[in-house]
Design a protein around this ligand. Structure first.
Ligand SMILES: Nc1ncnc2c1ncn2[C@@H]1O[C@H](COP(=O)(O)OP(=O)(O)OP(=O)(O)O)[C@@H](O)[C@H]1O
Ligand SMILES: N[C@@H](CCO)C(=O)O
Length: 293
């Protein structure tokens, strides 16, 4: 039996829609695999009641198919589904690493990115890799049609998850088909600022670069209380705030000493609207880890 822990991720970071992603220190999914004549899946943990065990409908089933690696696969969910924290991707990334090792396929982490992305195609209709890449590789990742670029980074963040769900499929429907040149120019500038910030591990530059005038405003309308939570986080010292992935999770970049106050302010702001939430005080962290039992 092999065990893999794969982290939650936050994609987009505002200015890098479908391009940027980061691995989070917590939460994470844990996947255990054992060789078997055909794939069988069981799911426990956060939100497991909403996750199908049918291999045709679970992201890990798509990965087992893509690697031609049938197995009994046990998923222990730490990342709640439809959270914006890359729940479906964490399972897919963990399964890709585990099955690659179980069947000695010899693929590198980068080569596993498109394989894990097959799972995303199953649930959201598109094989976007901006969550599976950081879950596999760790740090900050840039995904384009030409491949994946990875950079180690360790910016402190708060990921606040309200008790509501937004499916990636629905959140992709509100993305505009076109944008004004002025907004594109602003977003490119912000994306460049954020990237420099990551290379310097500078939370101020990263936060400044999280602004986006094209996709994020359309998506915030799907998250009750977004503006109040964002303002509360900024007042408590966040250097930047944006929707995590497709939402409803909200990501704040910050300096380490402000983390507790930001987490409290975000939870209180949701609470004032009658919405329960939890906040992960974490930092950009490592990719999937393989354990041999
Ligand atoms: N192993 C899995 N883990 C989580 N969700 C899964 C899994 N397999 C299938 N799903 C389905 O995927 C959907 C959740 O994926 P979705 O992309 O909407 O959320 P997410 O991964 O948390 O968000 P995001 O990609 O925005 O960060 C749910 O419908 C869920 O049933
Ligand atoms: N880039 C994708 C990620 C989903 O987590 C989106 O925002 O739709």
């Amino acid at each position: 039996m092999l065990t893999v822990r794969a982290p939650a991720t936050s994609a987009n970071l505002g200015s890098g829609f479908d391009v940027f992603g980061v691995a989070l220190g917590t939460p994470a999914d844990v996947v255990r695999v054992e060789r078997a004549p055909e794939t069988r899946i069981s799911v426990t943990g956060a939100g497991s009641q909403y996750i199908p065990e049918d291999p045709e409908q679970n992201t890990v089933g798509a990965v087992a198919d893509a690697l031609d690696a049938p197995a009994h696969i046990k998923i222990d969910k730490g990342v709640r589904p439809s959270s914006g924290l890359g729940s479906s991707a964490a399972s897919a990334a963990a399964a890709a690493v585990a099955l690659n090792a179980l069947y000695d396929r010899g693929l590198s982490r980068k080569e596993l990115v498109p394989i894990a992305a097959e799972g995303e195609a199953l649930v959201s209709g598109e094989a976007h890799a901006d969550n599976v890449a950081p879950s596999l590789l760790g740090g900050f990742t840039v995904v384009t049609d030409d491949g994946v670029t990875q950079l180690d980074a360790s910016i402190p963040v708060v990921a606040c998850l309200p008790e509501m769900s937004v499916s990636t499929r629905d959140a992709r429907e509100v993305v505009p088909d076109s944008a004004a040149l002025e907004d594109v120019v602003d977003t490119v500038g912000n994306a460049a600022t954020l990237t420099v910030g990551m290379t310097r591990d500078d939370p101020d530059l990263v936060g400044r670069g999280m602004e986006d005038a094209i996709v994020t405003p359309e998506r915030t309308a799907l998250i009750d209380g977004y503006d109040r939570v964002r303002d509360a986080a900024l007042e408590a010292g966040a250097t930047g705030v944006t929707v995590s992935g497709a939402g409803p999770g909200i990501l704040a970049a910050c300096h380490r000493p402000d983390q507790g106050a930001i987490a409290g302010a975000m939870i209180d702001a949701f609470d004032a609207l009658g919405i329960e939430s939890r906040a992960y005080q974490t930092r950009i962290g490592e990719g999937a880890t393989l354990y041999r039992d």
